[in-house]
Every structure is written in structure tokens, then in C-alpha cells.
Design a protein around this ligand. Sequence first.
Ligand SMILES: [Zn+2]
Length: 301
Amino acid sequence: MVTRAVNPGEPFGWKEYEAAAASLLERYPFIQYEKIGRSVLDRELGAFQIGRGSREIHYSGGMHANEWITSLVLMAFLEELAEAEAQDGQLHGVQVRPLLNNVSLWITPQMNPDGAELVIRGLPAEPAVAERLLEWNGGRTDFQSWKANANGIDLNDQFPAHWEKEKARRDAAGPGPRDYTGDAPLTEPEAVALARFTAARSFQLLIALHTQGREIYWNYRDLEPAESIVWAERFRKASGYIPVKLEGSDAGYKDWFIQEFGKPGFTVEAGFGVNPLPLCHFATIYQEVSAIMLEGMKERH
Ligand SMILES: [Zn+2]
């Protein structure tokens, strides 16, 4: 049996992500890779592309530090797609090559590598960086509940979609493990990279993976197109996840995507439990979420 490039047997920190990425690109030369930016602590942010169709879609993950399992889900999905493409095989009973004739899929699996490292391996070695992170974490060396980037800013509160409302609602005084929006939208390099990457293409559909709740957020201030609810229903059938019409939330990546481009955008809250979800949940989460992602690649009905 050939060893997989993406190994769901260990926490998916930076070196695991880098090794999996290198291995995938070496095995499957038809996967394209693009650097889209660098994190606060200078780690490379990347986008992977597979498929040759005209319909561009985007799946993103790893934005919240203690939701790193979403990066693993996306990389495993990319590997399964590539494998099926190479062997003219199937995924969930669906022939993959015809799908990839119609779709060009872009995956940004790890949008907060510094945060994931903090959750998985704890404080970085650089004393000045470690000192401020420790302070922002209330003196605790346990970073299991950390969601933010290395500046203590929540990347999913950084997008210019009624950002001021979100800032007032969050009421966080300054940098910390979660909920701090920063002093302005798009101050953080990870959010800037994602916004620029998105604006440079014409994505017809976006799925942003988070954990947890087994829910699908599909709307934003009535700006979403009519097809959004239809997709959400299709995703429910594929996964059992419940579509939820969310109000009182702004400045998220999918909010901005819907507002700017008028295309269907979704936050999928994968799995159920306490973040970070343990690896023993991976197989179940992967089964559910890969079914949603495969559905998103099919034709509109
Ligand atoms: Zn999240």
C-alpha cells in the first residue's frame, strides 16, 4: 500500500503541512501551486489548484488557529481528488475527471499557520514574540482556545463588510485569543492575502471551513443570490449538516465574498465538540465535509 502524502494520524502543524504540500506537488504535477502571501511570523500562505474547467470555485480553511483540523480535511480532499484524477477513479461514487473538466478548484488550506503552531506546539522560540503572546493569552502557556493570528487578531473579523458593527459587537479591548477585530479591516497579512487572491479571480462559489457545530451558514444581509439556499439544501442532503440563516454577524470572509461578488458563499462548521476537535473525529468529519465539497463541484441544477 502506498503511503499517503496527507497523514490524518497526527496534529497538522506547520511542518506537517509543508511536508504534505511538497509531497502532493511532487506526486501530482498537474496540481498547480501559487504563493499568495506570508503570515505575521513569515510563513508562506499558498493556494493549490486542480481541474481545467471554466467554473472557478474556492475552498478555504485553517483561518482559526484551533480549527486546524480543517486544513487537514482540505489537504486530504485535494489528495483524494488528485488520486482519482490520475487513476480515472471515483470519489463518493462520482467520476472525478468529468467534474474536473468543468471546474477549476482553488484550495487555500492553511490561512493561519502561526496560530495552528501556537495551538499544537505552544509558544515560539523568539523571546519577544513569546512574551507578548503569553501576555495576550492571560499568562497561560496552554493555547488550546486560541483562534487568532500571531498579532492576537481574529482573521474572520477582518473583512470590510460592516466591520465597524462587528467591532462594536465583539467589544474586545485588544489583542487576545479570539474576537479582537483589530483597529481597521484588512490590517493583517493573512486576511489581505486572502482578499487579494479572491479579488483577482472570479469564483462562482466559496466554502470557508470552520469547526464546529455541523451547520452551514449560507446568507449575509440578504445580499446572497437566490441559488444560495438551493446549494445549502444540497449540502444538507450530502452531509446532514443543518443550513442556518445567521443574523448579527459581520466582517467574516464569506460575508465579504457575498457582499462584494454576489455569489454563493458558505461557512461550513464541521464536526461537533470542543475545539480543537480531536483527530479521532477526523474520519467522520472528512466523510461529511468531503461530500459537501464534492457537491459544490457539480453542475448547478
Ligand atoms: Zn472558525
